[in-house]
Design a protein around this ligand. Sequence first.
Ligand code: ADP
Ligand code: ASP
Ligand code: MG
Length: 407
Amino acid sequence: MALIVQKYGGTSVGSVERINHVAEKVIAARAKGDDIVVVVSAMSGETNRLVSLAKSMADPPNAREFDVLLSTGEQVTIGLLCIALEARGCPARSYTGSQVRILTDSAYNKARILNIDNERIQQDLTAGRVVVVAGFQGVDEDGSITTLGRGGSDTTAVALATALKAEECQIYTDVDGVYTTDPRIVSRARRLERISFEEMLEMASLGSKVLQIRSVEFASKYNVPVRVLSSFEDGPGTLIAPEDETMEQALISGIAFNKDEAKITVLGVPDRPGIAYQILGAVSDANIEVDMIIQNVAPDGSSTDFTFTVHRNDYKQALSLVTAKAKELGAREVNGDDCIVKISLVGVGMRSHAGIASTMFRTLANEGINIQMISTSEIKISVVVNEKYLELGVRVLHDAFKLEEAA
Ligand code: ADP
Ligand code: ASP
Ligand code: MG
C-alpha cells in the first residue's frame, strides 16, 4: 500500500459539481488500496476576489491581516470536499495549515515552510480516513496565519509528500501535463512524458506558472517524484523527476515566457567603478528584485548605458528611485518600458550543442522581431522583446526547434 498526495487546483474545485467530481476521483484512488492525502486550492477566482476586497480598503493592505483573509479561500474548499466525501461514505477529515501545523517563517504573503508536523495526519490515515489539507497556508511561531505566495498550494502538496514520504505527488490541474510551451498560446504544443527537475525549475522561474517555483525546488531537493495530470481526463500526465542519463537529451525541452517584467534604461552615466552598485543598490535597498542586466560602454569610454528588468509591480517605484539616483550621478537620461515580454528556450541538451542561440536570433529576425536584451545560462537562453510579439515569437521558435515532434 502506497501513500499518494493529490493536489487539486482552483479550476478543478471551481464549482460544487467539480468538487463532487474530485471526491469521486479520491474515492477511486483509495479503492486501489492507497492512502490518500489531498491538498486543495481555493475555488477558481476566489483568491483574486479576496485580493481585490483587501485592496479596495487599503493598498497595500496590512500584511498579517491580508494573509488571514487570503487563507479563507482554501478553508471553504477543504470543508466542501470533506462534506462530499463523507456524503459518499468515505471517512475524511479536513485541516487548515495551522491545524496540521505547517510551520512557516513570518514572511507574510510569501512565507517559507520550515517544518510539518505529520502526527495527526498519520493517525487519520491509520484510522482509514482521507485527509484533506488546505493548500497555500501555514502558521508561524507566534501562531499567526501565513500564506505561501500565489500558486502556493503546489508547494504545500510537495512539502506534505516529502514529510509523509509519499510515493508520488500528483498535481491535478486544467491541462493534462507539462507542455513544450503554454498550450493556450501555441495550440501545437506537445505534452512531455517526462521533464527533469532542473528543466522544470528553469521553466517555472522563467514564467511557466503550471507549477509554483518553490514546489519544484522542494521536489528537487528531497527527490519527490511529481506528476502533473488533468482533473478532467485520464492520462499519464508528465513526470517531473531526476534527469534520466540513459535517455537521449532533447535539444530544447520547452519555451517559457514571462509577461510580468518591465525594463529600465539609464543612458549616459559617467563610466567609473561603483556605478552599477550605486544604481542597483538603490533598487535592491527597496527590496526590489532585479532580473536581467546589461551594461554598454560608449565608444569614447567616458560614459555607459545601463539596462535592467524588474517585476512590473515594482516598475513605478524602481523608475522613480533610479531617476533620482541618475540625477545625482549626472546621467543624461532615464527611460522605462513596461510593454515587454521575456521569451526563454530551456533544455539540458543545450549544454552539449552549439548554434542554438544563432537559430533563435535568426528565427526572430526573419519575423522582424527586434531583440532588446539577451541573457544565457548553461540550460537556457532568454530574450526580451516587445510584448506585441509574444505569440508570434513563441510560435515561430516552437516551429524552428520542431518542438511539436517527439524527441
Ligand atoms: P491550478 O489552478 O490547477 O494550480 P494553474 O493555472 O496554476 O492551475 O496552472 C495551469 C496552467 O498553466 C494551464 O492552464 C496553462 O495555461 C499554464 N501553463 C503555462 N505554461 C505551461 C506549460 N508549459 N505546460 C502546461 N501548462 C502551462
Ligand atoms: N489559491 C491560491 C492562489 O490562487 C493558491 C493556489 O491556488 O495555489 O494563488
Ligand atoms: Mg497553480
